[in-house]
Design a protein around this ligand. Structure first.
Ligand SMILES: [Zn+2]
Length: 378
């Protein structure tokens, strides 16, 4: 019997080996147990991975670790057939602190991934984890966005131009943009459309510089089209590292309805931007992490939610009450980390893991709610 080689190893063994190059297969995206805060979990994860801090002048550690999977797709049909599904488990460019690498190019990544899953439904169904980093949105270009939007919508059976013609003004937009929003969208898709001088000016300026309001609108629409195409997406992250120049816009409220998406398969949602349309459609959501963003309102029913972790968010008692009341069935863990000084002075609550009551006033806030293990920390 000859010595084992890649060519004669059973597929199950190859899958195990190749999976070691995928954070998803290694369980890195799984929620950690316990009452740790978001920051504590992040630190714990970094400690587990025993990785040095990403240096800006070095190549992205994440890209380097993904390279073997890419290479395996080119070795032979056999290795490609095993490696490719694993490669598509996640789209989390800039994961951890790897976004700090200045050697990494973000250009075209969001549009090309959106086009790939539009053209390859067999690959779209492998995608389990997506993280939309602000850098991805910053570099979205006009022409690539138009093509990716059209192809993505087409794969969903949607005539995007016709659908967007029916879009309503978006009240979450900057005041100057509310009225022009539907006209801007249609004009963006079809430059032959007759439009007002004001919209013409918006179009001209929209891609003149990164993060211009028009560019941001189109980039978030592109993110919505991507999400709409992923039937098995378990975890979606819409958070950004806190830097002065980063600015994710709100998730477009009417994007998903016009793509005929009424539900999302998400189990875990990490929110760093206002994203009520995602919450409304993720009815099977089990874990919700929110930080540094406007609190979604009104909170839709979250019947399957088991874990909520909140950080860097100033919640009033009524907001807190609305959130917890909307968790109608399975909430077991609640962690609120308030770091704002004024809030911390008013509310310093601590309790042990699995404690049946909060130190102050669970009954004040939620009379009749079953006991939850929870902590509100400074
Ligand atoms: Zn994987």
């Amino acid at each position: 019997m000859g010595s084992p080689t890649l060519a004669n190893l059973p597929t199950e063994i190859l899958t195990l080996i190749f999976g070691s190059f995928c954070l998803h297969c290694c369980g890195v995206h799984r929620q950690l147990c316990g009452l740790g805060t978001l920051q504590q979990h992040q630190q714990q994860r970094q400690a587990q991975q025993q990785r040095e801090e990403q240096k800006p002048n070095e190549r992205s550690w994440y890209s380097l670790e993904r390279q073997p999977l890419l290479s395996l797709c080119l070795v032979s049909k056999r290795t490609r057939d095993v490696a490719q599904p694993i490669l598509y488990h996640e789209f989390v460019l800039g994961y951890g602190d790897s976004w700090r690498s200045k050697a990494y190019s973000w250009d075209g990544r969001l549009a090309s991934f959106t086009r790939t899953v539009a053209q390859r439904w067999d690959l779209a169904r492998y995608v389990k984890v997506v993280s939309i980093h602000s850098r991805l949105l910053d570099v979205v270009q006009e022409d690539e966005a138009r093509i990716a939007l059209m192809e993505g919508a087409h794969s969903l059976g949607i005539d995007l131009l016709s659908a967007w013609t029916q879009r309503k003004p978006d009240p979450s937009r900057d005041e100057k943009w509310i009225l022009d929003f539907p006209e801007f969208l249609v004009s963006f898709l079809n430059k032959e459309t007759k439009h007002t001088r004001r919209v013409q000016r918006r179009l001209t300026l929209s891609f003149e510089y990164p993060r211009a309001p028009g560019q941001r609108i189109i980039a978030t629409e592109l993110a919505a089209v991507l999400i709409a195409q992923l039937p098995n997406l378990d975890r979606l992250t819409f958070q950004e590292p806190f830097t002065e120049d980063s600015c994710l816009g709100p998730f477009p409220p009417s994007a998903l309805p016009y793509l005929n998406i009424s539900s999302l398969p998400l189990k875990t949602l990490d929110l760093g931007i206002p994203s009520l349309p995602l919450l409304e459609r993720a009815t099977g959501l089990e874990t919700l992490n929110i930080q540094r963003c406007d609190f979604p309102s009104p909170i839709p029913p979250l019947p399957n939610l088991k874990v909520i972790r909140i950080a860097n968010l100033n919640l009033s008692d009524s907001q807190l009450q609305n959130l917890l009341v909307s968790c109608t069935g399975n909430l077991r863990t609640f962690v609120y980390e308030a770091v704002l000084e004024e809030l911390a002075e008013k509310q310093i609550y601590r309790c042990a893991s699995n404690a049946p009551t909060w130190v102050r006033g669970r009954n004040e806030l939620l009379p009749g709610l079953p006991a939850i293990g929870g902590a509100i920390l400074r």
